[in-house]
Design a binder for this molecule. Structure first.
Ligand code: SAH
Length: 250
């Protein structure tokens, strides 16, 4: 599914940035790089910056126009260092990741388009995109390095992709929560114990139990945590009542 996503770099000046982008892509599981008229490519500087991602560079497609880079794509997202450079459908990186994964999951071809180091994308190029993506950077210093921008969007794509794979695994691992009747028995036990240790005066309860219910209610207590809590209360009661208990020094 991630191979339905292509990263398009338009007129990149510095080959090091192409290598850096390739590395960022491979780190995030993306492999399809398309270069529109790069100033210098292939290049030893690109290879050096790509580190172990030379396969992404070797398989990169070099084309003469943005049009050619977008052949077969149904969803095109263009990045801009400027917030709202044109009135256009704008998404943030998180929404971008979600959209890309949703569409790529349906078998659609998606392009993420990145601009020139010094001038970004032209208005013409931006108008070929269905959506614009702006990384919400410092407005006084908004432009990220090209490869860093590829990294941020690649990361969001990966997070959205992982989120789609996660529910089944998470369900298996999640521990079963304590049920409300187990919680009720716990509150009863807690109240008795607090009376035993004279922390709670039944004549002046001062909403203590309500506050403790609110605290434990926020905690999503699971069954094994519940048995720890019940064990603590049982031992506390034994100590308070002077019954034999686990403390070794008595
Ligand atoms: N002076 C240019 C900056 C280009 S930075 C301009 O004002 O547009 C090079 C490329 O990195 C941009 O074209 C874009 O693809 C990406 N980029 C840099 N900062 C970005 C940001 N804050 N949000 C989205 N993309 C960004």
């Amino acid at each position: 599914m991630l191979d339905n996503i292509r990263v398009v770099l338009v007129n990149t000046s510095h080959p090091g940035n192409i290598g850096g982008a390739a590395r960022a892509m491979k780190n995030m599981g993306l492999s399809r790089l398309v270069l529109v008229e790069p100033r210098e490519f292939p290049s030893p500087e690109a290879d050096a910056r790509a580190s172990g991602a030379s396969d992404v560079l070797e398989n990169a497609q070099v084309v003469a126009s943005l049009e050619e880079a977008l052949v077969g794509c149904t969803v095109v997202l263009g990045t801009s260092a400027r917030d709202r450079s044109l009135p256009w459908p704008l998404v943030d990186p998180r929404e971008c990741g979600e959209k890309v994964i949703e569409e790529a999951g349906q078998g659609k071809q998606i392009a993420l388009v990145f601009g020139r180091e010094h001038a970004g994308l032209t208005n013409d190029e931006l108008q070929r995109c269905h959506f614009h993506v702006h990384i919400p950077s410092n407005p006084d210093f908004s432009s990220l390095n090209l490869a860093a921008a590829v990294q941020v969007l690649g990361y969001e794509v990966r997070m959205a992709w992982l989120a789609g794979k996660r529910p089944a695994a998470a369900m298996e691992k999640a521990e079963e929560l304590a049920t409300s009747d187990e919680m009720e028995r716990f509150y009863g036990h807690l109240q008795d114990t607090l009376v035993d240790i004279a922390f709670l005066d039944p004549e002046k309860p001062r909403h203590l139990m309500a506050r403790l219910r609110r605290l434990f209610g926020r905690s999503a207590v699971n069954k094994s945590e519940m048995s720890i809590l019940r064990g603590i209360l049982t031992e506390t009661q034994k100590v308070a009542r002077g019954e034999p208990h686990k403390r070794k020094d008595q």
